[in-house]
Design a protein. Structure first.
Length: 373
């Protein structure tokens, strides 16, 4: 469902509250130039010790001409953490008003008040959609991520910025505008802020590690639309209205379509040969000869070798790198076409069980209740 949201609101819609009796709570200046000023207001020590979750606020003033200034407030928060103090438990569409009221309450406790309809219809500048997949039958998130790391992700997703991190517990494909992150959610609970994928861990969420580490394997898939232009482009592609409000993005249907789009584009569309059951070279050769009737022995041997190279450690990405030193891109595209072709011929091969578990979770998109069971 939805996780992190960044709302951008004009300063003149906000009322600054006096919580101390000593005047309106001050914001901390973080940066200043002749044409720009940036202020931050983070949860206080008292806020954090309360056990509740609070948003992070950023105020800015930007010069517009010699006399005019544009002023705004950015509100960043995790929607499930507002309600549950963790993001292992997923939200449903009917939770929106509860989230909205909780956000309103936490902002007021931080000394900032907006009319409730202003928050409800606030413009969204960034949104993160996610799905927690509970793995069964002995599969671990680390094992699954190791298999997924073999995929030749779409070249538009800058591969110089693909990272396989934390001892194989996370796969991070990203550009400045958007990212697709797959990681071991339970293991991430135990990591410090510098190494964790989730940089905004609550005390309660971290406390769940000991309880869940022996019981659960949670693979988290997270799509981070970090820039509004990218969000609008993707929404338009998927048939959603551009320039969404907070109410608009709080949607299971949007989350499902976005996460499935990234899975299909980055993983499923390039992966059928990688996730078939493990066969010996001779077993696979036999299956290829049956699946591709009339194939010459030389062709079948070539396809067998190609499939095994694709399945080797580091998979297609490393294979492409090796071949790229000696061949042009046309050679790679021919090999990739052959892989897709033999994948189609072997479509009757059942995927590995873990792959089926992920596909089922993305297809049904059932609400996950993990921490509060």
């Amino acid at each position: 469902m939805i996780d992190t949201v960044i709302l951008m609101l004009p300063r003149d819609k906000a009322m600054m509250l006096d919580l101390t009796g000593r005047g309106v709570d001050r914001w901390n200046l973080q940066a200043r130039t002749k044409t720009y000023e940036k202020f931050v207001k983070n949860p206080s020590t008292r806020d954090e010790e309360s056990g509740m979750y609070f948003p992070r606020l950023t105020g800015f003033r930007r010069a517009q001409g010699k006399l005019a200034w544009q002023q705004g407030i950015k509100i960043e928060f995790s929607a499930p953490k507002l309600l549950y103090r963790n993001n292992l438990d997923e939200l449903k569409d009917s939770d929106f008003e509860n989230v909205l009221e909780t956000l309103d309450d936490r902002l007021k406790q931080m000394g900032v008040a907006f009319p409730i309809d202003v928050l409800r219809n606030a413009p969204v500048s960034a949104v993160h959609y996610s799905k927690n997949v509970e793995l069964t039958d002995g599969y671990t998130s680390q094992y699954v991520i190791g298999e997924l790391a073999k995929v030749d992700a779409n070249k538009r997703f800058d591969l110089t910025r693909a990272r396989y991190m934390n001892d194989g517990q996370s796969l991070y494909l990203y550009t400045i505008a958007h990212s697709f992150v797959l990681y071991d959610k339970i293991a991430d609970l135990a990591k410090g802020k510098k190494r964790a994928i989730d940089k905004d861990q609550t005390r309660y969420q971290m406390s769940l590690f000991k309880e869940l580490k022996k019981e659960k394997e949670i693979l988290r898939l997270e799509v981070r639309l970090s820039q509004k232009r990218k969000m609008n482009s993707l929404f338009k592609q998927l048939g959603f209205a551009e320039n969404p409000t907070f109410r608009d993005v709080f949607s299971k249907a949007k989350s499902k379509k976005v996460v499935n789009n990234y899975w299909d584009t980055m993983v499923a569309g390039h992966s059928i040969p990688l996730f078939s059951h493990a066969y010996t070279p001779k077993d696979l050769l036999k299956r290829i000869l049956v699946a591709r009737k009339g194939a010459k022995g030389k062709t079948a041997v070539y396809l067998t070798g190609l499939l095994f190279l694709a399945r080797d450690e580091n998979g297609l990405r490393e294979l492409r790198s090796i071949l790229g030193k000696h061949n042009d891109d046309r050679t790679w595209y021919r090999l990739a076409a052959d892989l897709r072709g033999i994948a189609a011929d072997l479509h009757k091969m059942q995927p590995r069980e873990w792959y089926g578990q992920v596909k089922k979770a993305l297809a049904t998109y059932q609400l996950g209740r993990i921490a509060c069971k």
